[in-house]
Design a protein around this ligand. Structure first.
Ligand SMILES: Nc1ncnc2c1ncn2[C@@H]1O[C@H](COP(=O)(O)OP(=O)(O)OP(=O)(O)O)[C@@H](O)[C@H]1O
Ligand SMILES: [Mg+2]
Length: 319
């Protein structure tokens, strides 16, 4: 699944490619007689075709609307995701259809369902980067949607503080009245997330600029959560009324049970304190899901059952 941040970068790159291919095409038209350029010509034709295919795909999204409004948290209406089928037996691969749901601020929801049932696709759609969706989404402003991927990656060459504040640098906040509070919150969450040893390692001079390359999976997930907690704090400093939507794609999957439960409780506290609307993909057992989330569960269900049912409304009753 493509990380939405990467997707935006790809979108920018696509625009560069369009400019590049159009200009290159004009150059080819000028030298059309030269047979030695035929291979390159074919490659450029393919490139242009793929850009047009993408344009067509986007144009096909007429049945999709995503409305960003600072005053709303999150609701979805008649949402459907259907990918082009990979096998020739079916026309499309319908993940779910007619999903209608309102999400309340200050609550943490579990998004469950077996592998391949559409959980990450749902998140990408909420983030506005899935071209295969139809329906309507009402959601807070794009800059207030925070997405935490399952396998986070970090910009290399930054020290501890600037990694946590990325893409901003600490100098951006050093004159702000809340700077001291920001530093003390970072220290507190570093402790809560059991990251003191990582911080120490990051601050030794020989590791200062490459410390993120040696993080274990669970450490990387905790650093990503720390970045997210800091983002929430900063967004609320800038606008205390801001509605924040958190999309957490299995951020605790690489943690041991003890860390997992302590961090889950911390997450829940932060969600309540800052009145966040949070959705977390969670593969825990049914009992754990019930204890941790109560009735706040969105269930994408059992894939085999979906496939064997003749109806196309793939989604389980709970939605
Ligand atoms: N761009 C795409 N084109 C076609 N099919 C896709 C695309 N992206 C995802 N799929 C398919 O859609 C299905 C759902 O994928 P998704 O990543 O949403 O599942 P998931 O519930 O997040 O699974 P997991 O728990 O393994 O992360 C999968 O069968 C996947 O192969
Ligand atoms: Mg997934």
């Amino acid at each position: 699944m493509v990380n939405p941040h990467l997707y935006f970068e790809l979108e920018k790159l696509r625009r560069v490619i369009i400019d590049f291919s159009v200009n290159l095409w004009r150059t080819f038209e000028k030298y059309a007689d030269s047979t030695s350029l035929s291979y390159a010509e074919g490659a450029i034709k393919k490139l242009i075709q793929s850009v047009y295919n993408y344009e067509e795909l986007k144009a096909n999204q007429q049945g999709f609307s995503i409305n960003h409004d600072l005053k709303v948290t999150l609701s979805v209406k008649d949402l459907c995701i259907s990918y082009p089928a990979l096998s020739s037996k079916a026309d499309t691969n319908i993940l779910f259809s007619n999903l209608n749901r309102k999400f309340q601020p200050g609550r943490l929801y579990a998004v469950v369902g077996e592998s391949g049932s559409g959980k990450s696709s749902f998140f990408n759609t909420l983030y506005g980067v899935n071209p295969y969706a139809t329906g309507e989404i009402n959601i807070t402003h794009q800059q207030n949607i925070i997405y935490v991927p399952q396998n986070p990656s970090f910009k290399q060459g930054l020290n501890w503080l600037n990694t946590l504040l990325y893409p901003a640098l600490s100098t951006k906040f050093s004159n702000e009245p809340f700077y001291e509070e920001l530093l003390s919150i970072i220290d507190r969450y570093t402790e809560d997330l059991a990251l003191n040893h990582v911080k120490r390692c990051a601050e030794t001079s020989e590791n200062q600029l490459n410390w993120t390359t040696t993080l274990s999976g669970g450490e990387a997930q905790r650093v990503a959560l720390l970045q997210m907690f800091i983002k929430v704090f900063l967004k609320k400093q800038i606008n205390p009324e801001a509605n924040i939507v958190l999309l957490l794609d299995e951020p605790l999957s690489a943690l041991d049970e003890k860390n997992k439960s302590a961090i889950f409780n911390l997450l829940k506290k932060i969600v309540e304190k800052y009145n966040i609307t949070a959705l977390q993909i969670d593969h825990s057992s049914e009992d754990v899901i019930l204890t941790n989330y109560g009735e706040h569960v969105i269930n994408f269900g059992d894939l085999e059952k979906k496939r064997s049912s003749s109806s196309s409304s793939g989604l389980g009753q709970s939605c």
